[in-house]
Design a protein around this ligand. Structure first.
Ligand code: PSU
Ligand code: MN
Length: 310
């Protein structure tokens, strides 16, 4: 664990974990990843929270990196989900970017109660044929961490993703949603699915977390908040672009963990980079929201991290 993260946790000050896949070439084009990381970092610090970026470097699972190590984070070309972590460590992988599921595992192990990402993985549209469902969903249910995201990526089956979260028992709350619409990652709405519950403030998220603990629920809470209005790419416009990208992935025989990076890249190219700008803006916004939640948690209890874990 990085020294500033350990010190903040020991003092009960707010800490927010970040994944690294979204900032790496697997999530965003070069330059945009660096900008997203910088803006997320600044948003967290403005909220009074210490950022804890997770990654595997030289076979060590890291929670928090220093600036000198950032180029290695951004250049990581391999991604690790939670089940890959033991292999990455045992085989001493040089640089492996964490997904949401791996980040949640590391955040929980470190005692960090809040995590920010862009969009979570979910149930893929071709699930019936491939069985492809992101490990992110099970990890959300397993670890006692609040995850802040802009929904799930809209090339997924969002209805089924929400159904799985219900089955897994993960509370899902919307903050600042567009009339209760489930956010569509690059878009504020996603054309149908609604968020199970809305909350009105970070403090209300903390109240949900506290109630969950009192009721004996040991898993995570998912907070969905839409991309800021001026930064979205409207859902109607994205529909055909997403369909074409998925068809290309199928035609190219892309499968497994390679699907998400491939499809993200095709959609970025087809929108002339507008989804990239939206992605950077929503990551920054999610970090600001996560920072506010972590600050509210720490204020409620000087040992905020323990409060969410017990
Ligand atoms: N959100 C983004 N960009 C990304 C991802 C999320 O804005 O690249 C990554 C996350 O790391 C997420 C992963 O956990 O995609 C899901 O991949 P898969 O579908 O293979 O589980
Ligand atoms: Mn998958």
């Amino acid at each position: 664990m990085a020294a500033p993260v350990a010190a903040a946790l020991a003092d009960g000050r707010p800490v927010v974990a970040l994944e690294s896949t979204v900032f790496s070439r697997l999530g965003l084009p070069e330059g945009a990843g660096a900008e997203a990381r910088r803006r997320a970092d600044a948003a967290l610090r403005a909220a009074g929270a210490v950022p804890a970026l997770t990654i595997v470097l030289d076979g060590v699972a890291r929670v928090g990196v220093d600036d000198a190590e950032l180029p290695r984070v951004l250049a990581a070309s391999r991604k690790v989900a939670d089940r890959d972590l033991p292999v990455a460590v045992a085989q001493r992988w040089p640089a492996a970017a964490t997904t949401v599921s791996a980040s949640l595992a590391l955040a929980a192990a470190a005692g960090i109660g809040v995590f920010a990402t862009g969009g979570i993985g979910g149930v893929h549209r071709d699930f019936a044929a491939t069985g492809d469902e992101s490990a992110d969903l099970a990890a959300l249910a397993r670890h006692p961490v609040v995850t802040v995201c802009a929904g799930a990526k809209s090339f997924l089956d969002l209805g089924r993703t929400l159904e799985r979260l219900e089955t897994l028992g993960v509370p899902v709350v919307g903050l600042g949603t567009d009339g209760g619409a489930f956010p569509g990652f690059w878009s504020r709405r996603s054309g149908g699915p609604v968020v199970p519950h809305d909350v009105s403030s970070p403090e209300e998220v903390v109240a949900v977390v506290r109630a969950a603990r009192v009721l004996g629920y040991g898993g995570g809470v998912l907070v969905v908040t839409p991309v800021p209005e001026g930064d979205e790419v409207p859902f109607d416009e994205l529909g055909p672009v997403v369909d074409a990208a998925l068809a290309e992935a199928a035609a190219a025989g892309v499968f497994g963990g390679a699907v998400t990076p491939f499809v993200l890249g095709r959609i970025a190219a087809a929108t002339g980079g507008r989804t990239v700008a939206a992605n950077v803006a929503l990551v920054e916004h999610n970090a600001a929201v996560a920072g506010a939640i972590a600050a509210a948690l720490a204020q409620e209890d000087p040992n905020g991290r323990r409060q969410i874990r017990t």
